[in-house]
Design a protein around this ligand. Structure first.
Ligand SMILES: NC(=O)c1ccc[n+]([C@@H]2O[C@H](COP(=O)([O-])OP(=O)(O)OC[C@H]3O[C@@H](n4cnc5c(N)ncnc54)[C@H](O)[C@@H]3O)[C@@H](O)[C@H]2O)c1
Length: 350
């Protein structure tokens, strides 16, 4: 038996196994189908209705779930059978959780359909040859990512390749590429199918069309994409997290508090509020009627910061917030308080 036939056979077995396993979950039709939203313009169709996940470990598996939950036919490629099998089992488990009666993000029928939209393969040509969108999730090593780009380019010269890299520059990943204009960073957060953020950034040669299409596609699959103006180690979110961790480690090292109290101080204090509003909307409310300008100038200003960029940016965000999140201070306070109460109920603190 040649390797192509062997791969095809393996793939069929995996697909059958996936659907059998789902049937074994005894999925009953769910009475309250809440459905995962697909953000399409009226009458519009998805930017891509199929995608390839290249590297099916923790993050690849999360992307695969995210894609199939939004109706995208998905092929997952990995060179390690065991990793692929572990990912498949994790996906089944997540779908069971998401369609459980108390979570009910998906109906049980929809969860079953999700697994039918996915195909696992060990054959790289089969995975990428017809792909239009490839999400790359191989280990965080420049030489691996560069060799993956080379491998993809043997079979495909059209697809957008979005890399999940968390610390490499996309310019470096695309350095030896034949088609660097179609390579972009699309950095997600674990668990990818639940946490909405994806950070997009162009490399030196990424085209505007590539980033526009990736942005549109991510939006359609329920992500909250943000675009960086330029490459930055740690993107946006990990730069913020790293600063937080630096202070945490300092507080513990200086003996100021216990680890347990530090975690409680974050979870029951600024953490829940920041999570609902973001740092600058918190400052806007903290300034009362004067908003952020008043809050920022009240305690003196660090001369190194760009005060005007901060204040005008905050005011622009305030104008553009959607109705649900509130545009006036009163509306935002109500939104915040609802969120706080719900979160504290979940913590069993209210
Ligand atoms: N783990 C996180 O929280 C996180 C968050 C955001 C982004 N990322 C990024 O996502 C990427 C993947 O991270 P992960 O945590 O999923 O790692 P992982 O080790 O779970 O998965 C990597 C997968 O790539 C496969 N692989 C290795 N070489 C390959 C090759 N040449 N071709 C195809 N598959 C190959 C491995 O078999 C493995 O299944 C990294 O770039 C990482 O920085 C990770």
């Amino acid at each position: 038996m040649n390797s192509a036939v062997r791969n095809l056979k393996k793939e069929r077995q995996l697909r059958q196994h996936s659907s059998n396993n789902l049937l074994k979950l005894n999925l009953l039709a769910h009475p309250y189908f809440t459905g995962v939203q697909v953000y399409l313009k009226p009458g519009g169709k998805m930017t891509f209705n199929k995608a390839t996940v290249y590297g099916g470990g923790l993050i690849g598996g999360g992307w695969a779930l995210n894609f199939v939950m939004h109706g995208v036919e998905t092929t997952v490629y990995d060179l390690d059978n065991e990793k692929l099998e572990a990912t498949r089992m994790r996906m089944l488990d997540s779908l069971q959780f998401l369609s459980s009666d108390d979570v009910a993000v998906l109906s049980k029928e929809e969860a079953e359909k999700c697994m039918m939209r996915i195909r696992f393969t060990y054959d790289v040509k089969d995975a990428v040859a017809d792909a239009l969108f490839i999400q790359e999730n191989t280990p965080e090593k420049l030489e691996i990512k560069q060799s993956v780009i080379k491998e993809i380019e043997k079979y495909n010269s059209n697809a957008i390749i979005a890399s999940s890299t968390s610390s490499l520059f996309i310019t470096d990943i695309a350095r030896n590429a034949l088609y660097p204009e179609r390579i972009v960073a699309g950095h997600p957060f674990n668990p990818v199918h639940i946490v909405p953020l994806v950070e997009l950034v162009k490399g030196d040669k990424t085209s505007q069309e590539t980033i526009d299409k990736a942005y549109a596609f991510y939006k359609e699959i329920g992500k909250e994409p943000v675009i960086l103006n330029r490459e930055n180690k740690g993107f946006i979110a990990n730069s913020i997290q790293n600063a937080i961790y630096e202070q945490c480690h300092k507080l513990i090292t200086d003996g100021i508090c216990s680890v347990e109290d530090l975690d409680r101080a974050m979870v029951y204090g600024p953490g829940i509020r920041l999570g609902l509003l973001g740092p600058y909307m918190v400052l806007e409310l903290a300034g009362g009627n004067g908003g952020i300008r008043s809050r920022m100038t009240k305690y003196g200003i660090n001369p190194d910061i760009d005060l005007e960029a901060i204040c005008t940016g905050t005011e622009s965000e305030l104008r553009n917030r959607d109705e649900h999140h509130g545009r006036t201070h009163e509306e935002m306070e109500r939104f915040r308080d609802r969120g706080l109460v719900n979160t504290l109920k979940y913590h069993k603190k209210i």
